[in-house]
Design a protein around this ligand. Sequence first.
Ligand SMILES: Cc1cc2nc3c(=O)[nH]c(=O)nc-3n(C[C@H](O)[C@H](O)[C@H](O)COP(=O)(O)OP(=O)(O)OC[C@H]3O[C@@H](n4cnc5c(N)ncnc54)[C@H](O)[C@@H]3O)c2cc1C
Length: 456
Amino acid sequence: MRRVVIIGGGITGLAAAWALRQTLAPPEIVLLEKSNRLGGCIHTEYCGGFLMEHGPDVFLTRKPEASQLCKTLGLPLQKTNQDRRGAYLRHGRELYRVPEGMSGLVPGKILPLVSSPLLSRRGKLRVLAELLIPSKADETDESVEHFFSRRFGKEAFSTLIEPLLGGLAGGEAGSLSMKALMPHVLRLESSYGSLLLGISRGSTQKAHSSLRSLSGGLSSLVTALESVNLGSIRLAHEVTEIKKTAKGWEVGIADQVSLQATDVILAVPAWSAAKITRSVNPELTKLLRSIAYRSGTMVHLAYHQVAPSRALDAYGHLVARRETGSVAACTWSSVKLTGRAPAGDLLFRIYLRGTDLSDEAALSQARTEMTVALGITAEPLFTRIHRFPAALPQYTLGHTERIAELRNKTSSCEGLFLAGNYLDGVGIPDCIRTGLHAADCALHRYEENSSLARED
Ligand SMILES: Cc1cc2nc3c(=O)[nH]c(=O)nc-3n(C[C@H](O)[C@H](O)[C@H](O)COP(=O)(O)OP(=O)(O)OC[C@H]3O[C@@H](n4cnc5c(N)ncnc54)[C@H](O)[C@@H]3O)c2cc1C
């Protein structure tokens, strides 16, 4: 009997389980999740008419996997409020509009950028000088900080790009890899010789993407995937180790009898996969362990009929790293998406770098941010604090080579497949793609083996 064991019940593992089930003769599927709930980083909570997303709140449509999966499962997509699009950057006590079209770090339009009050006259001239900066001659990896400072100057980098990056990928821009995080931007440089030239020819417009969510929150996707996989899921099953056997794999589970599997899909963070594979291949484990992760804390604040000191006409604001405190971003949740708070009430979520602050200190920083940025001093109706230790992988310099090496090492472990957000993008669509791909590889291996057996 063929049994595929999926380790990890986040969106990656659930998508893999769903894909395995789509074949005419699916194998036996067992999904093992160490915690008491599915979804991993995806976690929606309802309270008194407020809908809080402790983890992701939207996904991109440019990468189609998430929207397609939702449609297949019959989940209607929810648009973000189009008339409030955009974001602000907080510098000191002031909020400045992020120049239109800057969502993906590369300016989508030139005019809003060079007319932004965020940049000095000198900074704007340096941005325009990008047209004359020659392309990089070699193909070695370059840090995000080095790339954007080289092309647009240090001022544009530290004032604009670095805070935007904090809201997207986070981490230290000086160590993040352009090759792994923004290959499309590198292509723009190599194709046009200049990013601004590429933009003026409409190249970034084509890549325009929309944000979507689900009216019941992103956990509705988890619930839908859970209901099609019901018989396969085992919660509170922490995998401690996998070992190669003559017939496949032995999956060791804490305080439980181990399971035999023909194939194993590892849909857990790289640091967890490193522990699980320690007796499979030491080099594989070392590579998995070398992938750095970032931690964060999400603080929700719910308010009843408060009047902010400014119009809430965007999805939120970002805070430059050079500002004091740990606040990286604030989502104006009930403005970004409808149905997040009862009529007349407001919901905000503040993302803090790291998990070191006590509840009291995290809350104090969040409330100070509400006062400084939005003039809200009122006592919140309620608050929530949610920590994500080592949740987001950092695509540091050399990441693409590390992943190529990782794939190479895994290919020699027959019946073992890796999936997750450290491989090919951190977003939900990326995770779904790696989950579907791992399932496809497992099924393909089975088909190949069956046809070989028939030939014999
Ligand atoms: C705060 C935050 C905000 C984000 N915002 C967005 C966003 O707006 N849009 C977007 O597209 N993406 C966003 N992301 C990224 C995206 O949510 C994640 O990359 C994605 O959900 C990861 O899914 P996963 O299944 O690969 O991993 P996880 O969600 O980490 O799931 C892995 C699962 O494996 C389990 N596990 C681990 N070890 C074991 C073991 N030994 N045995 C059994 N089970 C184990 C864990 O308990 C967990 O349930 C955000 C992430 C975070 C943390």
